[in-house]
Design a protein around this ligand. Structure first.
Ligand SMILES: [Zn+2]
Length: 216
């Protein structure tokens, strides 16, 4: 593979700083994890967005969370058709092999993926409509949720509502996996819908009784 090159210097420097400080401070923990394997308590599904760090929000250490990130923190409906399914694979492994006790779906403010789906549904994002747009075909999964927010007049409020609707849709789709539904039914797993504001660090959680998100 002649296209791979050496790490740029700034990343080498960052790695060496980590290895000499953060890693050393937690070296015993790393060795224990390597020896005994991982036993994370939670599966976290969050966006790829570089501004969202779910492990920071909960001050997580290595081994605490099994994290799956994708554009717009979506859980599509389960299907075995249409090729590999990375999100479903992560969910299956976390639930059936790692036996996690909690699944957290973490949405966020200013989500570009959610915005893209919003614009596509409004007919103003032709590039995302193209059959060869990987992003567009991925966020198609969120289209049904747009129906729940489309009547909100203010655009900013409508997009923000879609960010939260994405979380609720993902929770609903999680329950369509039998191995999740069975464990929710007998109390082995709890599901949590969250949304975080990048600017002020606010974390809100979904309350199924009211259908609203409220501050943690
Ligand atoms: Zn996002």
């Amino acid at each position: 593979m002649e296209h791979a090159t050496a790490l740029p210097e700034f990343l080498v420097q960052r790695y060496r700083a980590w290895a000499g400080n953060d890693y050393l401070a937690k070296a015993d923990k790393h060795r224990k994890l390597a020896r005994e394997g991982q036993h994370p308590s939670a599966l976290v599904i969050s966006c790829c967005d570089s501004r969202v760090q779910p492990t920071d929000i909960f001050a997580a250490d290595p081994g605490d969370f099994f994290v799956h990130r994708n554009i717009a923190n979506l859980v599509p409906k389960p299907t075995t058709e249409g090729g590999p399914h990375g999100t479903s694979a992560a969910i299956e492994y976390a639930v059936t092999a790692l036996d996690v006790s909690h699944i957290l779906v973490v949405g966020h403010s200013s989500c570009g993926g959610v915005r893209g789906c919003h614009d596509m549904c409004q007919g103003t994002a032709p590039a995302l409509e193209r059959p060869d747009s990987f992003v567009g075909r991925w966020i198609d999964a969120l289209r049904p949720a747009f129906e729940t927010v489309k009547d909100i007049d203010d655009e900013t409020a409508r997009v923000a509502a879609l960010e939260k609707a994405a979380v609720v849709m993902s929770l609903n789709n999680l329950m369509a996996f039998d191995f999740v539904a069975d464990r929710v039914a007998d109390g082995r797993i709890s599901l949590h819908g969250l949304w975080t504001d990048i600017a002020d660090g606010r974390l809100e959680q979904y309350d199924p009784k009211t259908g609203q998100f409220s501050r943690v």
